[in-house]
Every structure is written in C-alpha cells, then in structure tokens.
Design a binder for this molecule. Structure first.
Ligand SMILES: Cc1cc2nc3c(=O)[nH]c(=O)nc-3n(C[C@H](O)[C@H](O)[C@H](O)COP(=O)(O)OP(=O)(O)OC[C@H]3O[C@@H](n4cnc5c(N)ncnc54)[C@H](O)[C@@H]3O)c2cc1C
Ligand code: SF4
Length: 474
C-alpha cells in the first residue's frame, strides 16, 4: 500500500532559514544590490538579444536587466519568473558560458559578459526574502489527474504548471527526497540544498502530492499509474553509469561518480552513510584520480578537494579545448588545486584487492571523426602509472531500459534507449503518456528539463481544455 510521504520534514529548519537570511544579508546587502545594478546596467540593450535566443527558456533577459539597473527588482523578478519555473536554480547552475553569457554581445566584443546568471539568482533570492514569490493557488480545482514519475527539474517544472491550472498532480520518486539530480547529483557548493527544498515545500503546500521511496516498476506498476491517472509524465532521468572495460576495474577504491556524489550530498543533509563512514566514498587523506572530462567529473574533483584529499587529478583523453565540460568549471577546479592530466586515458589499474594506481596511456589528437571532433589516438610506449587510493569513474550516463523494467513494450525508445517523444508536445507513442528531460534528451541540463516540463504541461493543459470545450459544446 503506497503512502503519501510529506516532504515537510525536509523543510529547512527555522535555524537554517534564519541562518540563510543572515547569509543573504551578509553576502548580498547593499554592496550586492549595487553590484547587480552595475552589472545589469552594462547591458547595452543591443536589440539583437543573442543571450535570450541562446537561453533554452528564451528568458526575456534584456528586460529584466533593464529593470534591475533601474532598481525595480520586483518587476524584474516578475518578468524573469514568467518564463522560468526555478530562476534562482538556473542562475546558480546553468553553464552560462555556453548559453546566455557566452552569447552576450558585450562578451563577443571582448569586454566581458554581463553576469546574467548572477543577476537572475540575485533577483529571485531577493524575491524569496521579500515575500514576492507567490504560493501556488489554483483559481479552481479540476478533476483531471496527472502522475509524474520522477521529481527532478523536468517533473517538478511540469508539476508546478499543472497544479497552478488546478489539475490533481502526484509525483512519484524512488528517492527519499524530491529534486532528482538537483538534490543528489549536483554538489551543495554549487546549488545549496535548501534552495531546492524551498521549492519542494512550495509545491507541496500548493497541493502537489509526493509519493517518495516509490520505485515505479517495483512498488507500483506503470499500468497501475495509467489506470489511476488521466495522464502520465515520465521524467526519470538517466542513471545507468557508463563503465570502463579495463583490467582491474573491479578493485576496491574504484567507484562510480553518482555513488560518490550521492553519498557526499547525503552527508550534507546530515544522513548517516555507511560507505562514507567506512572511507569507501570519502576522499579525505587520499590521492584521488577522477576519470572523465564532463561536468560530473568537475563536480567530483571539486568535492574531493573539499573532503580533504591529499591530491586530486583529472584524467581526460582529449585536450582542454575539446573537453565537454564547462571551461568555467575547469578554471574553478584549477584554482582550487585540481591538476588536469590532458590527453590521457586509463588502460587498467594496478594493485590487488584495492586499487593502487591507474595505468595511463598518453594520447594525441588525430583526424576528425564523422562528428568533426578530432579522435584521440594512443602514443605507443608512453604509458605510465598515476598513483591513486580512490578512483572515481565519471564517464557519463545512459538511460535504463524502461520498456523492459516497466513491462511496457509499446513505449518506444531510440537506439540509444532514450524515450521517443514528440519534440513539441512531448507526448510519446502511447496516448496521454508524455516524457521529458534527460530520459528523452540523454544526459543534458536542468534548464532543458525545465523547458521540457513546462512544454509538456502546456500540451496536457491544451488537451484538457480542448476536451472540456468539446463536452461543453455537446
Ligand atoms: C553530477 C551532475 C552534475 C550536474 N551538474 C549540472 C549543472 O551544474 N547544471 C545543469 O544544468 N545540469 C547539471 N547536471 C545535469 C542535470 O542535473 C540533469 O540534466 C537534470 O537534472 C535532468 O532532469 P530530469 O528531471 O530529466 O531528471 P533527474 O534530475 O535525473 O530526476 C529524475 C528523477 O526520477 C527518479 N526516478 C528514476 N527512475 C524512477 C522510477 N523507476 N521510479 C520513480 N522514480 C524514478 C529519480 O530518483 C530522480 O529523482 C548535472 C548532472 C550530474 C549527474
Ligand atoms: S536560465 Fe540559464 S541560460 Fe537562461 S538566462 Fe538563466 S542562466 Fe542564462
């Protein structure tokens, strides 16, 4: 029997809320207001807002920058939240250098971008502190119900929009906390957890029901969800870690990035994590080698530094210019003491039961492949061993096989295993079943999941309204 689990227990305690307010004053205060206005005032209102077209949500950036520059923060917030469900989250963790800020005309002319993300974060944090963030209060209750599988940004953005329109929304998640990778993937030093919990509480107070610790496919079947609800939205993300078929990979001390980051985030919540206590998922006092060049690898190296590792190295088989992760993150990591070992790939691991080192093959970049990227080639005879007590594999994620796990063969997937959905409405081949976020796109970004969630919610609402109109016309 499934029980609705209240997430109230996860609301930041009052002490935390007070502390946050103190921090806010200290960090922001007059100076921060001045800084935000000054940054916003640098926007040239160029009239060709590439920043806006390169923001997945097409945020009306020039307008809210102008309002901020004029000190009209509440209006700036209203404009910003009109297109973004979680602006304070995107302001913190969007890779702005690849999105809005990277395309700022001032950046392109060599004068340094307007810090759009920081301003977005500032105005929304201010909105929370000033009480401008409105609770979710639907004008009318509607009978239609939606099951959302997955409480990550895709699922939560849809939940917000659907609930505001009065639909009955239940979010199912196999974790014990809502937030998806915003809670257990992304480290707290990039995205403070109470910022996510505050949004969870807002949704719950607005009438969204959360069924946590509920693994769809095990605790409840997909068919049962379809029977109990008018619509189902799949927002399960991608969690199957890519592995490394190299000799010695099964040794103690070689761990998956998701396990390492989840443990660290749980410790941040005050949970007891046996694998952390035992040292298995704790970098303190260890020589750490992280394998991979994406944002997950950056989060691992920066977490290891904070846990007190004696050294942290990041192995990547291409060079700096060709790494998939954000350049800003690399710079942050370097400033914190991480050493990047470019053009280096793991060939195997030394040690017995426990890892002692990574056998490294040196690489060079050869001819471009079909995608235009230069392929790494092995430099023969240049192998060496990088000493390590803890090796973290951050090689990316793939989707789980949902049609088999959920016994829904009619749920169509692509050859990569991602769920096939209409790119505009996000409806799958199964009527009234929608899919959004990473499970459709493959590992992507929070801001894209938010966009998908909003669009799918709109498509569901269009259907609801159309059938209501049909009924009225009969
Ligand atoms: C370490 C790391 C760092 C990242 N850093 C950034 C960053 O800085 N900026 C950025 O924009 N993006 C970042 N990303 C990517 C971003 O987190 C994802 O793109 C985004 O969270 C995807 O949202 P989603 O809603 O599709 O899925 P998720 O956030 O993955 O949420 C899916 C939810 O579904 C639940 N679920 C899965 N299967 C089931 C099931 N069978 N039954 C019930 N529940 C289920 C999961 O428990 C989870 O809560 C990062 C990703 C990782 C791994
Ligand atoms: S949502 Fe992300 S990309 Fe869009 S303006 Fe905000 S920080 Fe930039």
């Amino acid at each position: 029997m499934l029980k609705f689990v209240s997430i109230e227990k996860e609301m930041p305690e009052k002490r935390d809320a007070d502390q946050r307010r103190e921090d806010f004053k200290e960090i922001y205060g007059e100076y921060a207001m001045e800084k935000a206005r000054q940054q916003a005032g640098r926007c040239s209102q160029c009239g060709v807002p590439y920043c806006q077209s390169h923001c997945p949500l097409h945020n009306n950036i020039p307008d809210w920058l102008k309002l901020t520059a004029e000190g009209r923060l509440q209006e700036a917030y209203e404009v910003s939240q009109a297109t973004n469900t979680f602006p304070e989250i995107c302001g913190r963790i969007c890779p702005q250098d690849r999105l809005c800020e990277g395309n700022c005309v001032i950046e392109q002319s060599g004068h340094g971008t307007v810090t759009i993300g920081s301003v977005e974060k500032f105005i929304t944090d201010t909105a929370w502190e000033e009480g401008w963030v409105k609770p979710i209060k639907p004008a009318e209750e509607r009978a239609e119900s939606v099951a959302i599988i997955g409480a990550g940004p895709g699922g939560l953005a849809a939940a917000d929009r659907l609930r505001r329109a009065g639909l009955q929304v239940t979010v199912y998640d196999r974790y014990d906390r809502a937030g998806g990778l915003m809670v257990y993937g992304i480290p707290g030093f990039k995205l403070e957890k109470d910022v996510v919990m505050r949004r969870n509480a807002q949704l719950e107070e607005g009438g969204v029901k959360f069924v946590l610790n509920c693994n769809v496919g095990e605790d409840i079947t997909f068919d049962e969800l379809r029977e109990q609800h008018d619509f189902v939205l799949i927002a399960t993300g991608v969690y199957k870690s890519r592995d490394l078929p190299a000799p010695g990979v099964g040794a103690k001390g070689i761990v998956r990035a998701i396990d390492y980051l989840t443990a660290s985030n749980r410790i941040g919540f005050g949970d007891t994590v046996a694998e952390f206590e035992s040292g298995e998922l704790n970098a303190e006092g260890k020589r750490v080698v992280v394998i991979g060049g994406g944002d997950t690898a950056m989060d691992c190296v920066r977490t290891a530094i904070r846990q007190g590792a004696t050294s942290v190295k990041c192995l990547y088989r291409r060079d700096r210019a060709n790494m998939p992760g954000s350049q800003r993150e690399v710079q942050n990591a370097e400033e914190e003491g991480v050493e990047f070992v470019w053009l280096s790939a793991p060939k195997g691991f030394t040690g017995g039961d426990a890892v002692e080192g990574v056998m490294v093959q040196k690489m060079r970049l050869g001819a471009p492949d079909a995608t235009g990227r230069q392929s790494p080639e092995v430099i023969e005879g240049a192998d060496y061993v990088e000493d390590a007590d803890l090796v973290i594999k951050a090689l990316g994620f793939e989707p789980e096989d949902l049609p088999s796990l959920w016994n829904v063969p009619e749920l169509e997937v692509t050859r990569w295993g991602t769920v096939k959905a209409d790119f505009r409405t996000h409806e799958t081949q199964i009527e009234n079943v929608y899919a959004v976020g990473d499970i459709v796109r493959g590992a992507s970004l929070v801001v894209w999941a938010i966009r998908d969630g909003r669009e799918a919610a709109d498509a569901i609402l269009d259907k609801v309204m159309a059938s209501a109109t049909d009924v009225a016309a009969e």
